[in-house]
Design a protein around this ligand. Sequence first.
Ligand code: SF4
Ligand code: ZN
Length: 307
Amino acid sequence: MIYVRYSGQRYCFKHLEDFILRRVKKEIRNTKYFPRRGGKVAVGVSGGKDSLSLLYILNEIIEDWRSIEIEAITVDEGIEGYRPTSIALARKVCRELGIEHHIVSIKDLVGMNLDDIVALENSRGHGMYAPCTYCGVFRRHLLNKKAREIRADVLAVGHVLDDMAQSVLINFLRGDIVRMFRLAPHRHINPGMVPRIVPLRLIPQQEIYIYAIYKGIPIHEDECPYVEQAQRNLPLEMITMAEDKIPGTRHAIIRAYEQIIKIGTEGFRHCSVDVVQCKICGNPTSNTKGLCKVCMLIHRIGDLKEH
Ligand code: SF4
Ligand code: ZN
């Protein structure tokens, strides 16, 4: 039996699975751009338990909707001792489920893997940009690029409730409410962007962990060597502490976020930043100077190499 603190309910494994599937189906039904008939769903799969569970869950749900295809995309950031294991797991699970698997790499985009970029940044750039900045910007870009190439209608990512609550809190801590309106699931399509959806966004991390064990999904316990430098650490600690004292805090953060989105949608239309095309790569960017974050970072790496 599993005791769920925030709802005070108890479930056996089978009921927990049903409960998860029901919530994911509901989330999908409410997601604006999920293909209803035909079409393709790209799934970002890091090889961690959340994204592999997402793949299992979507595969199970979509099995009944035969006209929808799923393809998986994995980004190889180039993190020695960490990424190769999870890529191998992603490959294994995709093979088991009969899902086409695409692997794209930061090295193909920039000519260097993340480890080398971090070494360069630390030696010549005074560590001004954290590893997660490069990793996050390049990963989002590569996932979107591949999803566009395979003509996916949506790009599903495996963020769970804890990740979503962290993202909302990070924007609060930065004082950036406008950015909150850009969090997935996307409500508008920007040119060149495949809308991102987050089917597990209301499922807590522990439930996905139990689901993964129950389904025999391989779990990769290693942590990224750069995790200590992640900006998410403080919000993560705050949420873990708050949830421990007040069960349901993570759900409350998401409810507050949804109210802000609802109330602010009209106002946001007036204060939203225009999206322009990047002068170098042509991808959409909200940077008024017309240089997207990917090109800005690639330019920085070039500068650092020359010094
Ligand atoms: Fe990338 Fe940072 Fe996550 Fe490591 S912790 S995989 S560097 S975003
Ligand atoms: Zn660009």
